[in-house]
Design a protein around this ligand. Structure first.
Ligand SMILES: *[C@@H]1O[C@H](CO)[C@@H](O)[C@H](O)[C@H]1NC(C)=O
Ligand SMILES: *[C@@H]1O[C@H](CO)[C@@H](O)[C@H](O)[C@H]1NC(C)=O
Length: 342
């Protein structure tokens, strides 16, 4: 074989090899993209979330195949049908119904490797019996930002179009309270403020109860709303802030976690934090002495942002589907009590 003949045979062989390799690569890519003939895109399997008991009620809302689609989550189904325990992709347990009954958990029937979710929107001060729940749950669903499934009580979103106008602000400060106890920090602060600041008190604990639909129209004419949480805990910011103040268009005066936590959720000039004042008298003086242009700065965010309340348990539970592919399956909360109180 001449040198030239060898070289051309080698070249032919190389080209055939390269063409073969290229074809293999293309087929492999096509398979990867599911474009190869006979390979229709595989339907995405539907994730089933079993809700062991609906929070606070024996009457769960109507659940359909489209429940989670309403929140932008397809292939995600909520069910309260306990016969699905053996094949649910995750089971979620709301804490209040477990508080006194660990026996309520179907531990003996739990399929191996099935993720269980512990869910609560209450603060540690109103959460009991966690020490009985050691080493059971894989994931936590709560308002805490470090939850596996983080579900805040509300959030701000970009606004399309102009903000709806607020009614004339002809009242000073409002507070809605249903459980009034002298030992609460919020009640002590109210007692200190009251001599210096006119506060109109509404709710079950007052002589002025409010029907649910009257809440926002009643609060909107107020300049300020006392968004005092019932207890002070890490990330615990509730509908008192999101709904009663921000959504109603009253500037929140907040008592709760530190200023930095609120600033993680809303612009720094969307609220007034009681920690920024040396005394209740100073706070009252600041509120009563504020001029109109200063006041309007606290509402400036409304031009760009709107409040989205996240109050529906269906939306909270559907959120599990969005997080499911990203959550560690081998994680277990050995000390749920320690984590939640930490
Ligand atoms: C619950 O699920 C089981 C098994 O899929 C089914 O046979 C049963 O009809 C369901 N029950 C209800 C009330 O939907
Ligand atoms: C309103 O109050 C702000 C802040 O105290 C002050 O800087 C501003 O000069 C006041 N404006 C008027 C018009 O009084």
């Amino acid at each position: 074989m001449s040198h030239a003949g060898f070289s051309s045979a080698w070249r032919r062989w190389t080209w055939r090899g390269l063409a073969g390799a290229a074809l293999t690569l293309l087929l492999w890519l096509a398979r990867l993209l599911q474009l190869a003939p006979g390979h229709a895109p595989a339907p995405q399997p539907t994730v089933t979330i079993l809700v062991w008991h609906w929070p606070f009620t024996a009457q769960p809302p109507e659940l359909s195949r489209n429940t989670c689609a309403a929140y932008g989550l397809s292939h995600c189904q909520l069910s309260t049908n306990r016969s699905l325990l053996a094949r649910a992709d995750a089971v979620v347990f709301h804490h209040r119904e477990l508080e006194t009954r660990r026996s309520y958990l179907p531990l003996a029937q739990r399929p191996r490797g099935q993720p269980w979710v512990w869910a609560s929107m209450e603060s540690p001060s109103h959460t009991h019996g966690l020490h009985r729940l050691r080493g059971i749950f894989n994931w936590v669903l709560s308002y805490r930002r470090d939850s596996d499934i983080f579900v805040p009580y509300g959030r701000l979103e970009p606004r399309q179009g102009p903000a709806p106008p607020l009614p004339a602000k002809n009242r000073l400060a409002a507070w809605v309270i249903s459980n009034f106890h002298e030992r609460q920090q919020r009640v002590q602060l109210y007692r200190q403020l009251a001599p210096h600041l006119r506060v109109d008190v509404f709710g079950r604990a007052s002589r002025r109860p409010l029907c649910p639909n009257c809440l926002l129209p009643t609060l909107a004419p107020y300049h300020f709303y006392l968004a005092f949480e019932n207890s002070q805990h890490r990330d615990y910011i509730t509908e008192k802030f999101w709904r009663n103040a921000l959504a109603a268009g009253a500037v929140p005066v907040v008592l709760g976690p530190p200023r930095a936590t609120y600033e993680a959720f809303v612009p720094r000039d969307a609220f007034i934090h009681v920690d920024d004042f040396g005394s209740a008298f100073e706070l009252a003086t600041f509120l009563t002495g504020m001029n109109e242009s200063h006041y309007q700065r606290f509402l400036a965010w409304r031009g760009r942002l709107r409040v989205q309340l996240l109050a529906d348990w269906r939306e909270r539970f559907c959120a599990i589907c969005a997080r499911l592919p990203h959550l560690p399956r081998d994680q277990v909360y050995e000390d749920l009590d320690g984590w939640f109180r930490g």
